[in-house]
Design a binder for this molecule. Structure first.
Ligand code: HPA
Length: 274
C-alpha cells in the first residue's frame, strides 16, 4: 500500500477510536499468545473487536482473541491489544505494525510488549519471565523498508536503546516487589511459522540471543522510529529446539496458562509504579 494511503487509514482509525471514547492513554499494551487475560481486568472497559475497527486486520492465531480494550488498570489509562498480527500470517509489515503507528497518533508515549518465546539460553526454564534488554532482527526484513514516513520519524532511526533504560529499571523493581524471579536477555525475532531447527538455535546462541520468537521485533522497530518508549517482557514457554525433545503450540499455551498470574502481577506492578 502506498504510504499516503496508510497515513489516511491511520487517521481514519484514530478518529473512529477517539469518537468512541479513546482519549488519554498512559500505556499501550500488546499481549502475546495466551497472555491476553490481563485485558479482562481493565476497569470501565470500552471494547472493540478488531473486525469492527476500520482498517484493522483480524488475527488468525489460536489464543489471540483479537480485540482492543481501552480503560483503567492500576489507576492508569491503558489501550490493550489483545492479540497481535504476525508476519507469518501473511500480512505485510505495514499491517503487522499498523497498531503501533495508531498508538503514536493516539499519543501513546510508552508501550509494553509481551510475547511467548522459546528459551535458547540453557539457563532458562519454561515458565520464566524474561525482561527484554535488546533484540536481534533475523526476520529477513525490516518494517521500515520503503519510503520513510517523515511525520513519524527519521530515515535511519537509532536503535541503541530500543528497550527503554528507565522502563527496564521499572520492570526489575516491579519483579522484586511482586516476588517474580526475573530473567533478562536478548530476544531474537524470526519470521516463523516453523519453530527453529536445533542448528538455528545454536546459531542464535552464537549470535547472543537468549530467546527466540516470531513477533515483537517489527513492532519495536516501528515504535522506536516514532519515539515510543518500549518495555518488553517475554514468557519463556519452552526450551528452544534441540534443548528439549520436541516443540508444539499446545505446550506454549499451557505454559502461559501456568504462569499467567505472575505475568499479570508483574505487568500490573510495572504500570502501577512506572
Ligand atoms: N520458537 C519461536 N517462537 C516461539 C517459541 C519457540 O521456541 N516458543 C514460543 N514462541
Amino acid at each position: 500500500m502506498a504510504l499516503d494511503d496508510q497515513l489516511l487509514h491511520l487517521e481514519q482509525t484514530k478518529r473512529f477510536l477517539q469518537n468512541n471514547g479513546v482519549q488519554n492513554i498512559d500505556f499501550g499494551l500488546i499481549l502475546g499468545s495466551g497472555l491476553g487475560e490481563l485485558a479482562t481486568e481493565v476497569e470501565n472497559p470500552i471494547i472493540f473487536n478488531y473486525k469492527d475497527i476500520p482498517h484493522f486486520p483480524v488475527s488468525t492465531v489460536v489464543g489471540h482473541a483479537g480485540r482492543l480494550v481501552y480503560g483503567e488498570l492500576c489507576g492508569k489509562k491503558v489501550l490493550i491489544m489483545d492479540g497481535r498480527f504476525h508476519f507469518y500470517e501473511g500480512y505485510p509489515m505495514e499491517t503487522v505494525t499498523f497498531p503501533i503507528r495508531l498508538m503514536k497518533l493516539l499519543e501513546v508515549e510508552t508501550m509494553i510488549v509481551t510475547n511467548s518465546a522459546g528459551g535458547s539460553n540453557p539457563n532458562f526454564k519454561p515458565g520464566d519471565l524474561m525482561l527484554i534488554t535488546d533484540h536481534i532482527n533475523i526476520t529477513g526484513t525490516n518494517p521500515l523498508i520503503g519510503p520513510n514516513a517523515d511525520s513519524f520519524g527519521p530515515r535511519f532511526p537509532d536503535m541503541s536503546h530500543a528497550y527503554h533504560v528507565y522502563g527496564q529499571e521499572v520492570v526489575r523493581k516491579a519483579a522484586k516487589e511482586v516476588g517474580v524471579q526475573l530473567q533478562e536477555g536478548v530476544y531474537t525475532g524470526l519470521s516463523g511459522p516453523t519453530y527453529e531447527t536445533p542448528a538455528e538455535v545454536r546459531m542464535v546462541q552464537v549470535l547472543g540471543g537468549d530467546a527466540v520468537g516470531m513477533s515483537t521485533v517489527p513492532e519495536v522497530i516501528i515504535a522506536n522510529h516514532s519515539g515510543i518508549k518500549v518495555i518488553g517482557i517475554s514468557c519463556i514457554t519452552n526450551l528452544a529446539a534441540g534443548l528439549q525433545a520436541n516443540l508444539n503450540h499446545e505446550e506454549v499455551v499451557e505454559t502461559t496458562q501456568r504462569v499467567k498470574e505472575s505475568f499479570k502481577g508483574l505487568v500490573r506492578k510495572v504500570i502501577e509504579i512506572y
